[in-house]
Write a protein that binds this ligand. Structure first.
Ligand SMILES: C[S@@+](CC[C@H](N)C(=O)[O-])C[C@H]1O[C@@H](n2cnc3c(N)ncnc32)[C@H](O)[C@@H]1O
Length: 273
């Protein structure tokens, strides 16, 4: 497809996948409709819409910002420049979290750095008796999470708050989850344009990338109930450092690590003794 070739030439890695999504959006047709009739001609209006969407993607605007939505776990989330685009590897946080609480448990859950609400709302969708707090430092992100909670019919069990990590929380919680900002400050400006288009607050993990983990480990010591579970996403090369931060507290057992599809240790989970 010409759009795919154009995008690939400009350095867009998955030019074909992105071109398919833009075509679906421009035509308002489903993928199966397009596959069933591949030689269908675009109307002038559809062609113009496709050109406009392609120009935005060619300028390296993330697809999730252009479409305003992104699939994650079994749900679809509103996305925009105010929140980190939910990533496939973060689905492993949901997987780890679900292993830490029983299906019928009326667990109290906390998601630190809730962003779009991807982690918290996915876990709540699988645990009908649980309720959760999703907290973010960004007011704009918290608004997106609130809208997602409402749209997904989960706002009755999800309290979205603004705060600086645990400062406004008392707890205790039975499960704490977080995908904190973990990129070293010095490398952010050298990342792909799509990553730089994400909110800086969602990326910047300080000089060594571990600043948020130190705060979160400290918060969990205060907020996590005895026997409670903890699931943290780490950068592709940070899992062992995060494990060390946790084990140094002497508060946890049952450590587990989950690997992403690229083979990187990504998710660290543990249970409070
Ligand atoms: C990597 S994003 C994760 C978003 C979402 N949980 C996900 O996995 O898609 C990190 C989130 O932490 C939030 N954050 C950064 N600093 C914070 C702080 N001091 N207190 C609370 N949230 C913070 C950011 O605004 C951002 O939404």
């Amino acid at each position: 497809m010409a759009v795919a070739a154009h995008l690939r030439k400009l350095g867009v890695e998955d030019g074909l996948g992105d071109a398919r999504l833009l075509l679906e959006e421009a035509t308002q047709l489903s993928r199966s409709d397009i596959i069933a009739e591949p030689d269908r001609l675009l109307t002038d209006e559809q062609a113009l819409a496709l050109e406009r969407l392609t120009d935005r993607r060619a300028a390296r605007e993330p697809v999730s910002h252009i479409l305003g939505r992104k699939g994650f776990w079994t749900l679809e989330f509103e996305t925009c420049a105010d929140v980190l685009t939910p990533r496939p590897e973060t689905e492993h946080v949901v997987e780890a979290a679900l292993k830490l609480i029983a299906p019928e448990a009326s667990a109290r859950i906390l998601d630190l750095g809730v962003g779009s609400g991807a982690i918290l709302l996915s876990v709540l969708s699988e645990r009908p008796n649980a309720w959760g707090v999703g907290l973010d430092r960004s007011v704009a992100a918290a608004r997106v999470a609130q809208r997602n909670a409402e749209r997904l019919g989960l706002s009755g069990r999800a309290s979205i708050m603004v705060g600086d990590w645990d400062a406004a929380l008392t707890g205790p919680f039975d499960l704490i989850m977080s995908n904190p900002p973990y990129i070293r400050s010095s490398i952010i400006d050298h990342l792909e344009p799509e990553v730089r288009a994400e909110p800086r607050l969602a990326l910047d993990g300080g000089a060594d990338g571990l600043c948020a983990y130190r705060r979160i480990v400290e918060s969990c010591a205060r907020l996590l109930a005895p026997g409670g579970g903890l699931a943290l996403e780490a950068g592709f090369d940070q899992a062992s450092e995060v494990l060390t931060l946790l084990s140094e507290t002497g508060l946890y057992s049952e450590f587990e690590t989950i690997f992403d599809l690229a083979g990187h240790a990504r998710i660290v989970s543990a249970r409070r003794v």
